[in-house]
Design a protein. Structure first.
Length: 305
């Protein structure tokens, strides 16, 4: 079901998209304790405004390269919760037949890979292909603050700028790379890394989906204009652990960031009767996804392997 892309410009739909991500990830984390999930996972809880805002402005035909924290991006892109849940359970009905798991998914023009920075040169190559074929599409590539330490990012930025590739770098700075705080890993300015290559930057510390949406609209328009790459830097917070339990943050820090909740911020714009409606519609999507996927068969084992 594609419940948002392009038409996702009203407050209720933006809220519902963020709530789908939140409830999906909460259910996913709870399913770990039942042993139904295969492999690892990284929840997007707290960062929902980024995905919902960005995918409310990109075109359905644009190409997306996501990273290890990809579920929120995928759901906001319009991906089906059921197929994602099935993939996470290793089921044959999953996005890639149950063989990719949480970090390696593909659907339509959406790709994800768990190797930090590994997707960036591939995204640049895809942007070159789109440019050569004159399709008008842009390529989005998502990275985290910790991925600023990967050399392949800078090689890709250089080529993308030189060749004026239609690529939008989206940097989600959630202030941590696994357990390492950004202050201990990233020297100097984040935006200057991009502007050094002549790449224009749109940057904001925000968890407000409407602010993300308006910045993303400008950054995506720039990437689509033929002038070369653009960059969107969003300073945000993840509420859950890096993966499952690896969280060095103090209770005080967690309490402070939980006050900056994208659902609460955007919820102020909704009418009272819209909350139960969103809750029941989202519960149906998420419960159906996991309940249905859990009944599906596993893929056949392949004798060649
Ligand atoms: C090349 C590489 N090195 C290490 C890892 C292990 N790893 C997975 S996620 C992660 C931290 C990523 O931090 P960041 O880029 O800030 O993204 P976030 O997890 O905060 O969303 C690490 C070290 C990896 N996946 N790939
Ligand atoms: Mg990070």
């Amino acid at each position: 079901m594609r419940y948002n892309v392009l038409a996702m410009d009203d407050n209720f739909t933006l809220y519902k998209t963020m709530l789908v991500i939140r409830r999906f990830e909460e259910r996913l984390l709870s399913e770990f304790s039942t042993g139904k999930i295969v492999g690892t996972t990284h929840a997007y809880i707290g960062q929902e405004a980024d995905a919902a805002g960005i995918f409310s402005v990109v075109d359905t035909e644009d190409v997306v390269f996501s990273n290890h924290r990809c579920h929120g991006h995928f759901l906001a892109y319009g991906g089906e919760a059921y197929q994602l849940a099935a993939e996470l359970m290793g089921k044959a009905s999953g996005l890639v037949g149950g063989r990719g798991g949480s970090q390696h998914i593909h659907w339509r023009n959406f790709y994800s890979n768990g190797i930090q920075g590994g997707i960036v040169p591939i995204a640049a190559g895809m942007a070159l292909a789109e440019k050569e074929r004159n399709t008008g599409k842009i390529v989005l590539v998502f990275i985290g603050d910790g991925t600023l330490g990967e050399g392949s990012l800078y090689e890709s930025m250089n080529i993308a700028a030189l060749w004026k590739l239609p690529i939008l770098f989206v940097l989600e700075d959630n202030h941590y790379a696994q357990t390492t705080p950004v202050e201990k890993a990233v020297a100097g300015s984040m935006s200057a890394r991009f502007t050094a290559f002549g790449i224009p930057v749109w940057e904001r510390e925000t968890s407000d989906v409407l602010e993300v949406r308006s910045l993303a609209m400008e950054a995506a328009a720039s990437a689509r204009s033929g002038t070369g790459p653009a960059c969107l830097i969003l300073h945000t917070h993840r509420f859950s652990a890096h993966s499952k339990g690896d969280d060095p943050r103090s209770p005080e820090e967690l309490a402070r960031i939980h006050k900056i909740d994208p659902l609460t911020i955007h919820g102020l714009r909704l009418a009272t009767e819209e909350f139960p409606r969103a809750a029941s519609e989202v519960a149906e999507i998420v419960n159906n996804a996991f309940d249905r996927a859990s009944l599906d068969p596993f893929p056949e084992l392949c004798s060649e392997y």
